[in-house]
Every structure is written in structure tokens, then in C-alpha cells.
Design a binder for this molecule. Structure first.
Ligand SMILES: C[S@@+](CC[C@H](N)C(=O)[O-])C[C@H]1O[C@@H](n2cnc3c(N)ncnc32)[C@H](O)[C@@H]1O
Length: 384
């Protein structure tokens, strides 16, 4: 677990708010680390043998595992605790953000345009896959905009990601950017991008690492959520990073064809739809210059996992308001990439080593820790 790095628009906490947030973070830690493994014990010792007796075979996929696990009291109790803890995370932050809403909005209003830019589009209608549910139970989702200058959704998200990941993404929640940059450096050492686009950038957690890694590049971040982008801009300005944020749908942007050397996204595709994934891949390719690379980083793939492990990964689809995770993993990404116009030789489908951050005791800092496990990356390199 790392420490969250303070900045001018990060909501602060009173003593009681901090105690409450620490409690829910610890509770999530307890449920995910100490209680989650019990599901496998119940599965292997009771559910699997009972299933085999009844059907004469093992469950063939995650759906059969789910149907069987749902009847188990241990799993029901674990599932309820996971969901309750998720809701408690947001409750604990919402109170604190509500208390400082005016202050945060005022600070954000002052942190405008010194390094980068912010361009909002009041006519943009966010896609239904973003607005139909409060994704991962975040109240109001990414797009609820109570009024001009509001940064509430961004503030909730910044603190929420930190608590949800129990600090594992690093002091600035930057690990997805770090992972993909590490992959780029290793796999494409010749790439020296002059223009970079981050699609579905949220508050810029993964965007800002590109500003550090490629200081000469012009960096753009797009998202459909206005309050997320206001916060992203203020946060980047507070950290002295030059990024151009604009409110755009990644399925069809207003950037000129062939205007980027690198187009990336981080954990964004799994919150869209099958139609959108095809459109975003096509748009990524359109935006690339010859030699340019599109890379979409996603949560660990199901392929190669036992149906039980697939079910646990798919839990969020059903119980944590992440309705597209399972379907994304069922998509044939090779076909998606080909459908976008990348040839087989241009296709990139790979695994990226997972990075978790832990605090460095005594130094009040964080360090990256490779724990095993992978995220996946899908995209292509345009040859002409
Ligand atoms: C899980 S967050 C992404 C996190 C971020 N990339 C990071 O690494 O910190 C998903 C974001 O994608 C945005 N989004 C979803 N669909 C989009 C689309 N079609 N175009 C642009 N942004 C989109 C959402 O508004 C949300 O802010």
C-alpha cells in the first residue's frame, strides 16, 4: 500500500473522515486478501465435487461456476461484504468531497491554463454505456455535472481509485501509465512520440506519466465527462504538467487523420460496449501516422484461466456495476483489430507485467513491486 500524493485539488480529510476512509480501506483489504481465498476452498472441496456428482463432469465455463457458487452461504456472505465495502468506500469519500465542494471548485477555477489547456464541449452527449449505470457504484458516475466549474466527479474518482486499489496503483494512481510506458520502452525502443493521445483519460492518472516519460511530446487526453476533465486539468496544472484535455468521444474525435504517433487507453475499454470497442479501435488507427502505435491496456484476460478464476474475475460484471467486463473478454480482439484495418503483421496482442506499489517504510515514499500477473494490451502499429 502506498501513500496518496497530495496536490491542490485532492480532497483533504478531517480526523473523522480519515478514520472512516482508513477503516473502509482496511476492510476491503481484509475482504480481498483474507476472505477471497476461502471461495476457492469452498469451490474445490464442496461445489466442484457436488457438480461432478450431479453432471458427471466439471463446470465448462464461468457461468456454470457462478450458478453453483451462488448457492453457497460462504460465497453469499463474501459477495455481500465485497459489495457493501464498495458502497462504503464511496460513502466515506462523498461526505468529505461534499463538505469541500466549493473550495475544490474554487481552487480548480484558479488552476487554469498555465501549462496545458482544457476544452469542453457542452453539446457532447455521453454514450449510454457511460450514463446507464453508476459504474463501479461511483455515485453520479463520470458525467453528472451539477454546474459550471464543478469538479466533484473527478475528486470522488481520484480518492476512490486510491482507496479501492488500497494504494496499490501508486501515490498518484499512476500504475497503468507506468505499465504501458514500460511495455513501450521494452517492445518499441525506437518510438519517440511527438504527439500522444490518451483516450478515456478520466482525471489523468495514466496521462501524466507520459508527460514525464516523453517530455518533448505534445500530450492530449480526452474523456466524455466534463467534471472529470476539469479536475484532470486542475490536477495537471497543480503538478506542473503540460497536457491538453478535451471533451470528446473516443469513438469519433475531431483530431485530423494521422495526427498522433501514439494513441493509448488504460482500463477504459471495459467500460464501453462491443460496438464502441470496434469504433475506438478504428478511430485509433485513423489517428496514427505511419509508424505510429495504438495500445489499449486492459484488465487481466480470462483466456488460459480455469473457469473458477474466470468467474471470480467476472464477479464485478454482475455485482460491481461493471456490466461490460465479461463481454469484453469474450470478444475476439484479433478480429476487432483486423476490423479496424490493421494487418496481421501490424497487430499487437500481448501481456503487460502487472505493477503494484507499496510504501517504502521510513522514507514516506513508494516503490514499484512486480507481484506476478499481467494486464493485456491490444492494438496495432501502422506501417503506412
Ligand atoms: C476507468 S476510467 C479510465 C481510467 C483512466 N484511463 C486511468 O488510467 O486512470 C474510464 C473513463 O473512460 C471514459 N470513457 C468511457 N467511454 C468513453 C468514450 N467513448 N470516449 C471517451 N471517454 C470515455 C469515462 O468517462 C471514464 O472517465
Amino acid at each position: 500500500m502506498s501513500f496518496q500524493t497530495p496536490h491542490a485539488v485532492l480532497p483533504s480529510t478531517t480526523h473523522d473522515e480519515a478514520a472512516r476512509q482508513d477503516f473502509v480501506k482496511s476492510m476491503r483489504q481484509h475482504v480481498t486478501m483474507s476472505l477471497t481465498p476461502g471461495n476457492e476452498v469452498v469451490y474445490r472441496r464442496a461445489v466442484l465435487p457436488a457438480f461432478a456428482r450431479r453432471h458427471g463432469r466439471s463446470p465448462k465455463d464461468r457461468r456454470e461456476v457462478r450458478a453453483a457458487m451462488l448457492r453457497e452461504p460462504y460465497h453469499q456472505a463474501w459477495s455481500a461484504m465485497m459489495r457493501t465495502t464498495q458502497e462504503m468506500i464511496w460513502d466515506s469519500i462523498e461526505t468529505s468531497v461534499d463538505r469541500q465542494r466549493a473550495t475544490l471548485n474554487a481552487r480548480a477555477a484558479q488552476l487554469v491554463g498555465k501549462h496545458g489547456t482544457l476544452t469542453l464541449d457542452p453539446d457532447l452527449v455521453p454514450p449510454r454505456y457511460v450514463t446507464a449505470v453508476d459504474i463501479h457504484c461511483m455515485p453520479g458516475n463520470y458525467t453528472t455535472d451539477p454546474g459550471p466549474g464543478d469538479v466533484t466527479a473527478g475528486a470522488l474518482y481520484d480518492r476512490g481509485v486510491y482507496l479501492y486499489m488500497m494504494g496499490g496503483m501508486g501515490g498518484t494512481n499512476q500504475s497503468c501509465g507506468d505499465m504501458l510506458i514500460g511495455y513501450i520502452r521494452k517492445s518499441f525502443p525506437d518510438l519517440a512520440p511527438q504527439r500522444i493521445l490518451d483516450m478515456g483519460c478520466a482525471v489523468g492518472h495514466s496521462t501524466l506519466p507520459y508527460a514525464e516519460a516523453f517530455p518533448a511530446a505534445e500530450i492530449h487526453g480526452i474523456d466524455v465527462g466534463a467534471p472529470m476533465l476539469r479536475y484532470a486539468h486542475a490536477r495537471a496544472e497543480a503538478m506542473g504538467k503540460r497536457v491538453h484535455f478535451s471533451q470528446q468521444n473516443a469513438e469519433r474525435t475531431n483530431f485530423a487523420t494521422g495526427s498522433f504517433d501514439l494513441v493509448v487507453s488504460h482500463i477504459a475499454l471495459h467500460e464501453t460496449s462491443a460496438k464502441a470497442v470496434h469504433a475506438i479501435m478504428r478511430e485509433s488507427r485513423r489517428l496514427l501516422r505511419p509508424g505510429g502505435i495504438a495500445l489499449h491496456l486492459e484488465v487481466p484476460p480470462f483466456a488460459g484461466k480455469d473457469p473458477f478464476d474466470q468467474y471470480l474475475t467476472d464477479w464485478d460484471t454482475h455485482y460491481n456495476a461493471e456490466p461490460f467486463i465479461g463481454t469484453l473478454h469474450d470478444l475476439d480482439m484479433r478480429a476487432v483489430i483486423a476490423g479496424a484495418g490493421f494487418s496481421p503483421r501490424e497487430t499487437i496482442l500481448d501481456l503487460v507485467p502487472l505493477v503494484i506499489y507499496v510504501a517504502d517504510p521510513g522514507k514516506d515514499g513508494n516503490y514499484a513491486h512486480h507481484v506476478g500477473g499481467h494486464f493485456c494490451v491490444a492494438g496495432g502499429r501502422r506501417s503506412s
